[in-house]
Design a protein around this ligand. Sequence first.
Ligand code: 5GP
Ligand code: ZN
Length: 116
Amino acid sequence: MSQQECLFCKIIKREIPGEIVYEDDQVLAFNDIAPQAPTHILVIPKTHITTLNDIEESQQALVGRLTYIAAKLAKERGFAEDGYRVVMNCNEQGGQTVYHIHLHLMGGRHFTWPAG
Ligand code: 5GP
Ligand code: ZN
């Protein structure tokens, strides 16, 4: 899929709607359309990166920033101390369905490992 057709690039460009909860020059965060927890936010880089396998060395800080913003949102929403889950899926066996990297931030319920 080309970057022009990428769903999350379209949300960044406001070509399709998203419930945006955070934005800066590098990062966008918005509510997942099919939440798996009371809070389920997707944190994405504004630069199109297709999968985790495509991260370049120069993008390490940008990808690190996704985790920093996730923790900031968790603190602001009051569940940081209780705990939460962050997930990044890669490719078909990893369960990736949207090919623009995204960090899932899920909070507000108890999680078990590895299922659920
Ligand atoms: P993945 O399976 O690739 O790790 O996660 C993709 C996530 O994107 C899923 O949790 C799915 O619910 C979410 N998603 C898919 N399409 C849309 C959309 O159009 N808007 C929003 N906000 N989330 C979407
Ligand atoms: Zn994209």
